[in-house]
Design a protein around this ligand. Sequence first.
Ligand SMILES: Cc1cc2nc3c(=O)[nH]c(=O)nc-3n(C[C@H](O)[C@H](O)[C@H](O)COP(=O)(O)OP(=O)(O)OC[C@H]3O[C@@H](n4cnc5c(N)ncnc54)[C@H](O)[C@@H]3O)c2cc1C
Ligand code: FES
Length: 261
Amino acid sequence: MKKIVDTGVVISQEMLQPGIYSMWIKTEIATMAVCGQFVSLYSRDGARKLPRPISLCEIDTEGKVLRLVYRVVGAGTEELSGYRAGDKIKIMGPLGNGFPLDQGEKCILVGGGIGVPPMLETAKQLYKAGKKKEDILCVMGYRNKDTFLTAEFEKVSTLYIATDDGSLGTHGTVIDAIKEQGLTADVILSCGPKPMLRGLKEFGLEKGIKVYVSMEERMACGVGACLGCVCQSKEVDDHSKVHNKRVCVDGPVFLSTEVEI
Ligand SMILES: Cc1cc2nc3c(=O)[nH]c(=O)nc-3n(C[C@H](O)[C@H](O)[C@H](O)COP(=O)(O)OP(=O)(O)OC[C@H]3O[C@@H](n4cnc5c(N)ncnc54)[C@H](O)[C@@H]3O)c2cc1C
Ligand code: FES
């Protein structure tokens, strides 16, 4: 898939919740991107040479704009949060494969924590393709009632919320919410922490539902060269000839039964 290194221009930046930011960036990358892909953002600080991978939360192909929603966890994301409208940013993408959108009539989209953002563009794409809101079931997991992106999800899907502390929606995990609501579908598309993805893989096997997982391994090059992001796969990889998949180029989205989670 084609990718470029571009100088993007920040259109806006806002804080959605303490430590969670939303940034819109004008870049040609938006014209080539699909849901479930990510970009890598370079730091202005020469000491941080490796770009930081962030998923695409929204893609405006015509306006050539991408939305990124991210949590500040270290120096790289702290720097990002300081960008303001008009600032330039070096950005590489689109990277990775993206979510398949043709896997059945009824879909459950699951996001956990900072795995929520990529599920928004995925829900929007399914809605644009003509699916009804009743067939796009979004189950989003948050720490507490300080949620983000819920209004956007409600415009294009049926939204269910789970919170760790029970302050909103189902008290517990996204899988607890799926069970509590008795949700079923032809396919589950998901992004979030590994224990959540592992639980969804088991749930899918138990119920006979296909599950796609977006893996967020730590990355270095982001383009398949360093093997810094491999996960264990069922099949032998063409590139490395071992049971490995490079999350940055073979993924980040995998059929759950193809990978060890
Ligand atoms: C494909 C992909 C998509 C991603 N999409 C998003 C997104 O949409 N929004 C978002 O907020 N974050 C996302 N991430 C995670 C994001 O890349 C990291 O949080 C970021 O690189 C941290 O950089 P930093 O310099 O701020 O922190 P660092 O100083 O590099 O690290 C700070 C802390 O975060 C941990 N950390 C860093 N990267 C990861 C990772 N990939 N997984 C788990 N822990 C990590 C480190 O172990 C350390 O404890 C994504 C990661 C990948 C691989
Ligand atoms: S990050 Fe280098 S191969 Fe994936």
